[in-house]
Design a protein around this ligand. Structure first.
Ligand code: HMG
Ligand code: MG
Length: 310
């Protein structure tokens, strides 16, 4: 029998968490969620300490009806100094709306999968990059932060495997558009930890590692392990959704993002600073779960709530 030891990889001391529940989470809700509920959720999340909350999506209301209140939400939220409120902008029409709504960061969203690009934004990858070019230029001209999301970087609900070269190619195109941050997204939550490291390292060959974000959905229960695996290769930005809200309307069966409460609990245990107040985050999770009329999907959130009730 052989034994082997592995050197413990140095983990970052500090991580930036982007709370995507109000957008990625709520966009997938079947029941209508009113602007007042979204506003309270966003304000609660900002108070819990997030530097970045994905608050809106300026897409076609015919495609994603739940996001049709984005302008109202952005107009009415009380803004916390130091918090960046991001908005998805698939094209220049979306950008103009985001600019008018005073978004602090605009998010172009492409895909490493041709099939998903067609289903999600109704164009090929190459066409999407052409649509993003004027958005990127306008973002720079208006001094807005520019973030890009690369969907289906670990697998696609329509085409299955996604080649590493396709991920690297889209990351390089997004870099060339001048992005400040690039999200490597597991849209359908199929990735496993070794694969995660391979994909992250490949993305990091094309873009600065401190600008790469891990966006993991938790469909197969792998998201926390994938975050840990990403930390081991130097990723320092992660997306998460309070109470594990969400899914993608164009990725059937995909569940929500990893629950933010679970991520904060894990990072606290690892001694990694996030700046998030876990108690206030649990409150926000309880608030939105109550509004949606169901138990939250965060294991840590539910455990901490039960302990309080205790
Ligand atoms: P299209 O039909 O090809 O666009 O849709 P079009 O330019 O031909 O316009 C058609 C109609 O849409 C027109 O209206 C436009 O005005 C309107 P009509 O004349 O028919 O009344 N339109 C818009 N309305 C509002 N805002 C806009 C806008 N653009 C056009 N910005 C389009 C193309 C991209 C608009 C459409 O496919 C769309 O809205 N897709 C949204 C898909 C989406 O939001 N998916 C979920 C978010 S992505 C995601 O969740 C993944 C992520 O979390 C990472 C991950 O997990 O992978 C980010
Ligand atoms: Mg997503």
């Amino acid at each position: 029998m052989s034994t082997h030891t592995t050197a413990q990889a140095a983990l970052p001391n500090k991580v930036k968490l982007v709370e995507v529940g109000p957008r990625d989470g709520l966009q997938n809700e079947k029941q209508f969620v009113g602007a007042d509920i979204k506003i309270e959720l966003i304000e609660r999340l900002a108070r819990a300490g997030f530097q970045n909350v994905e608050a809106a999506s300026f897409v076609s209301p015919k495609w994603v009806p739940q996001m049709a209140t984005s302008a109202e939400v952005m107009a009415k939220i009380e803004r916390r100094p130091g918090t960046i409120y991001s908005a998805l902008t698939p094209n220049i029409q979306g950008f103009d709306a985001a600019l008018a709504a005073h978004a602090g960061e605009v998010v172009i969203f492409g895909s490493a999968s041709e099939a998903f690009s067609q289903k999600n934004i109704n164009c090929s990858i190459a066409e999407s990059i052409a649509r993003f070019e004027p958005v990127a230029k306008a973002a720079k001209a208006n001094r807005l932060r520019l973030r890009a999301s690369v969907s289906c970087a670990f697998g696609c609900p329509y085409q299955g495997d996604v080649p590493l070269d396709a991920v690297a190619d889209v990351v390089a195109r997004m870099r060339d558009l001048g992005c400040d941050e690039i999200d490597i997204a597991d849209t359908i939550g199929v990735a496993t930890p070794r694969q995660t490291q391979t994909v992250m390292l490949r993305a990091a060959a094309a873009f600065k590692i401190d600008g790469i974000a891990g966006h993991f959905h938790d469909t197969y229960g792998q998201a926390l392990a994938n975050i840990y695996a990403s930390l081991e290769v130097g990723v320092q930005i992660f997306h998460a959704s309070v109470s594990g809200l969400g899914g993608c309307p164009y990725a059937k069966g995909a569940t929500g993002n990893v629950a933010t409460e679970d991520v904060v609990y894990m990072l606290n245990g690892l001694g990694i600073e996030t700046g998030i107040d876990l108690d206030l985050l649990v409150d926000a999770g309880m608030f939105i779960s109550e509004q949606l009329g169901r138990k939250g999907a965060s294991r840590a959130g539910n455990a901490l709530a039960a302990k309080r009730a205790g």
